[in-house]
Design a protein around this ligand. Structure first.
Ligand SMILES: C[S@@+](CC[C@H](N)C(=O)[O-])C[C@H]1O[C@@H](n2cnc3c(N)ncnc32)[C@H](O)[C@@H]1O
Length: 259
């Protein structure tokens, strides 16, 4: 019989475990080129919300640039690590423990809202992804912008793996041994993962397609674009390797409907 559990608690436990066992993974200074490009477009002094901020990798980078930064994560230990990270770098940033599907902020309180590091894929369902995008749009001021980077469920490697699972080329038992999880009840694009099979703690991903993201973004009322990372970088004048990541950029129209 398959084990009953709450997926959200599984994700929370996984990241709590990760930050305790591999904190550098979430506080390293590395900012990827597409993030850097977008961040360069944020005007000085803007108030930026980093949704699912982890150990403050991007929040601390932005705080160093003298933006007013608030990071939010539902794992208390991540927020604590992010605060330590900011203190060590002598920058000011606020970290709030909270759920991205119900942001504890007033409407129109930020100039920018970002959600990076494939954090959208760590939400447990399509409904949650849609809620987070709606929440990010809600807390944006007029003329504000959103930026997210997320993995496509139809990336070639994932697709082959998923086909094994769903078409049954790999017997379910082999899949279970490989992933440490059950494939029963999971949708295409979902799966458990773990970096260390000696531990029973598993992470969970729910990957989406560009078309699903488009449908969710249409409900936010923002002007938006969804591009492959390669396409996004090319538009900015840089070459980039093929990537299974999508970049969503959105903009809340100002009162006069300016672009
Ligand atoms: C892959 S990590 C990325 C962290 C960070 N954005 C980065 O790029 O380094 C995903 C983060 O999302 C957080 N998270 C997942 N679901 C969440 C939710 N519903 N509300 C708030 N945080 C969440 C996890 O705790 C974890 O810190």
């Amino acid at each position: 019989m398959s084990q009953k559990f709450n997926l959200k608690d599984t994700v929370r436990e996984y990241f709590k475990w990760k930050v305790e066992h591999n904190p550098n993974r979430y506080i390293r200074d590395e900012i990827i080129p597409c993030e850097r490009k977008y961040f360069e477009s944020i005007p000085a002094g803007s108030k930026v919300l980093d949704v699912c901020c982890g150990g403050g990798r991007t929040a601390v980078f932005l705080a160093k640039k003298e933006y007013e930064v608030v990071g939010l994560d539902f794992v208390e230990e991540m927020c604590r690590k992010a605060s330590e990270n900011a203190r060590e770098k002598y920058v000011k940033a606020e970290f709030v423990i909270g759920d991205a599907t119900e942001l504890p902020f007033k409407d129109q309180s930020f100039d920018y809202a970002i959600c990076v590091g494939n954090s959208l894929n760590n939400l447990t369902s399509s409904l949650e992804i849609k809620l987070v995008l709606l929440e990010m749009a809600r807390v944006l001021k007029e003329d504000g912008g959103i930026f997210t980077v997320t993995q496509d469920k139809f990336s070639p490697i994932r697709f082959i793996r998923e086909m094994h699972r769903f078409v049954g080329i790999l017997p379910k038992r082999v899949w279970r041994i490989m992933t440490g999880g059950s494939c029963d009840g999971l949708h295409f694009g979902e799966g458990f993962y773990g970096s260390d099979n000696r531990h029973s703690i598993k992470g969970f991903v729910h990957n989406t397609s560009k078309y699903e993201l488009k449908r969710y973004m249409q409900t936010t009322g923002l002007d938006f674009q969804i591009q492959n990372k390669k396409e996004y970088m090319r538009e900015k004048g840089f070459s980039s390797k093929f990537s299974p990541s999508h970049i969503i950029t959105g903009h809340k129209k100002g009162r006069a409907g300016r672009d």
